[in-house]
Structure formats: structure tokens, C-alpha cells
Ligand binder design. Sequence first.
Ligand code: SAM
Length: 356
Amino acid sequence: MQSRDGEDSAKVLQAQIHVWNHMFSFINSMSLKCVVDLGIPDVIHNYGQPMPLSNLIASLPIHPSKTPFIHRLMRIMTHSGFFSQHNVTENELEVEYVLTDACKLLVKNHPLCLTPFLHANLHPIMTKPWHQFSSWFKTDDLSPFETTHGMLIWDYFGLHTEINHLFNDAMQSDTSMSSLVIEKCKGVFTGLESLVDVGGGTGTMAKAIAKSFPHMHCVVLDLPHVVTGLQGSENLKYVGGDMFEAIPSADAILLKWILHDWSDEKCMNILKKCKEAIMREGKEGKVLVIDMVIDDEKRDDESVETQFLFDMLMMVLHTGKERSKKEWVKLFSSVGFSEYKITPVLGLRSLIEIYP
Ligand SMILES: C[S@@+](CC[C@H](N)C(=O)[O-])C[C@H]1O[C@@H](n2cnc3c(N)ncnc32)[C@H](O)[C@@H]1O
């Protein structure tokens, strides 16, 4: 059948599905948040075997009037790859659910648990700026976050304790994943006498490094509202400060998930301070960057899209971006670094070593 303007109706209907699907993609995020808020991954995990829907419903903290709705929530989340179904029968209450690998990362006691990351990033303070995205394009504000909340994100966190803690917990949960870097790239850290983790948050990464290398002196430098009150150890110290002002000298400076928060100009300022810090006292150390390198190799569709999603996140919440290899190299050369080595160790992220 042809429509009046000559378009094939099947093509138009397929296009309509594409638009609808995109329009309602936020439902995936919000359904995932609901599943986590209800504790469904933990309940199924603790059950220890495929869990019938009837048992799941009985274990959830919900009002009896809501029992008929759970299977619909489970249906979309099964379709999205968070649960798999066993014992599929006509009686939906007898269908059994197990967690997929992705859902296991949302179980509270999993060492790589992503739940704090989800809570911080889907908090209304973080999702509200998306409603101002197009308005931001018409202003000279630095980010839609600024357009929405009247200030940049780090200043906002300094004034609002709840979201500051949620964000720091989110970063802490991610940093546990980065301990994998130490395992996979031990050689990068071997022989270093000192290291400063710039913007190191509550210090999970630095703690792991300090533990693996007891002779290395480690410092976590972060904003005062992040590190105030945190206790160091024999070879780990917390310093409250501003990386744009001063960075303590060390054999190596670590920048994990820092540079993607900032514009090229701000990154140049940070990298200049890092260069000074590794070249003081006549030494020549190195800077270790952990961040994404987009377009660096052939990736599957989901990985490419996830990197682009992070890039938009950096635009809307921060003032930064995810960079391609060419953009990284340009940035490093502009500050006078002469050599670099990229090791894609951490899924979508890489470890980049840079040398003066
Ligand atoms: C995306 S988080 C990364 C935290 C940590 N490196 C990690 O990967 O888990 C960025 C960190 O930079 C810190 N930060 C922002 N501005 C800073 C500044 N001017 N000086 C020092 N740290 C800063 C934030 O407080 C936050 O902890």
C-alpha cells in the first residue's frame, strides 16, 4: 500500500516504531530504578535458585493491591536482559526468574555493585538538567546543570550534602572496578615511590594501590567537602585542595575519570599542573589517565552507544566530553607531553600513560 505522498506505509509504520521507541527509552532507566528500589535483584539473589513469581511477590515490600503489576515490570526487564525466565508456563505466577550477569551487578553485596552509581545518576537533581538541554543551547551557561541549578556541579555538591554523598558513593563503587587495573597493569605502578590520585574522591583506588604497594606514598587530592574527615593510613594521606591551584609532587599522578569532566582548556590547565608535579626535584615521572577513548577500535553497537551516552552526560552535567584518540593526542601535545601509551584495560575505558 502506498500513502498519498508516495511513501510505503510499512516503512512509515516502522519509522513510527523507531520514534516511539526512542521517545520512551527513559522508561528503561526508570523501570531499572524501580526494580533496584524494590530490592528485586537482592531478593532473587538471596533465594539461591530460580524464583517463582509468586514467591517474589510475597517477598517484596509492596501493597497487596500492587501484586498484579509485578509481572509486567518483570516482563520488560526480562526483555531488556536483566532477568531470564525458567519454567515458562501459562500460569505467570509459576514462571521462575534468575538474574542475568548485568543484574548481578545490581546486587548489594557484589564487589562491583553498580547500585550507588544508578542512585546518583538517576537522582532528580541529575535528571532535571535534561529538561533544560535545548534552553542551554540558547544561553552562554557552561552546562545545562548550571542552567538548571544556577551553579556548576562541583559547587552544587559542596553545598548539598545528600547528593554529595550519593555521588561520592557512586564514584567509590566504580573505583572498586578499577582495582582490576592494578591487577592487569601491575607493571605500570611497580617501582613508583609516590603517587597522587588527583580528584581521587574518597580514595578507594588510592587505598587499593597503597595496599598493593606498601612502600609507595599515596596522596588523595580532592575538594575539601569530599575528603574532610577521611582517615588515611601509614602510606595514604588525604589532602583537601584545588587541582587548578596546586598538585603535590610525585613520581606519578593519577587522573581517573577527571579529564572527561572538563573542556580542553581546563584539561590543559590540569595537565600543566600535573607536569610540574612530576618534574619537580629534577625527576621525570608520568601521568596516568583512566578515561574512555572513543573510536579507538571496532566496538559493538551497545558499546559505541554507551560511550556516546557518556559523552552527552559530560555535556549536560559537567563541562567536558569523551575524546577520540586524535583528540587525546592533541591535548597531550599541547601541554608538551612527548610520549603516550594507551592500554584498553577496562571495558569502555583505557589506561593512558603520558610522559614529558
Ligand atoms: C568523576 S569524579 C572521579 C572520582 C574518582 N577519581 C573516581 O574515578 O572514582 C571527579 C572528582 O573530581 C573532583 N574534583 C572536581 N573539581 C576538583 C578540583 N578543582 N580539585 C580537586 N578535585 C576536584 C570531584 O570532587 C570528584 O571527586
